[in-house]
Ligand binder design. Structure first.
Ligand SMILES: [Zn+2]
Length: 146
């Protein structure tokens, strides 16, 4: 019988680890929780929760088609927060807004937050400018999860 609130840790694709290392990230951790665990940056570690509600919430912001694209977008989003040092800013302000909160917020609310807007713009630009690399990240996640 499964333990309630059990947190499953899954090794991130090797390709993700190597990609993130180029930005100064030491480790990428994929977790599967009951939804109360957030995707976030802890120091120089990226934590991505594989749980997601539906693609629709993310489609408000960027063109994603499938589950693996959403998770890859979440990964790049958190990476952008790290690169742009948003967590340092937010910690100083005493607030941490995580990606999962986004689904409950309206598009206007999300984009009114300069850090969130910048992180989503990073994902959009990345998808636009490096579609092959984005696809390679998606494919390596698919291979890792199946
Ligand atoms: Zn965010």
């Amino acid at each position: 019988m499964a333990i309630k609130n059990e947190l499953i840790k899954i090794k991130a694709p090797q390709f993700w680890e190597e990609f993130a290392r180029g930005y100064g990230i030491s480790e990428v951790i994929l977790i599967k929780g009951d939804g109360s665990y957030k995707s976030m940056i802890i120091g120089d570690i990226v934590v991505i929760n594989l749980h997601y509600r539906e693609v629709g919430g993310y489609r408000k912001i960027l063109d994603v088609e499938c589950y693996e694209e959403v998770i890859t977008a979440k990964f790049l989003h958190e990476l952008a927060h790290y690169i742009k040092k948003h967590y340092v800013q937010k910690m100083k302000q005493g607030k941490i807004i995580t990606l999962e909160d986004v689904c409950e917020r309206t598009l206007e609310e999300i984009l009114a937050d300069p850090c969130e807007r910048e992180a989503w713009d990073f994902v959009l630009e990345f998808k636009h400018e490096k579609p092959e690399l984005f696809q390679a990240l998606v494919e390596s996640l698919k291979a890792c999860l199946h």
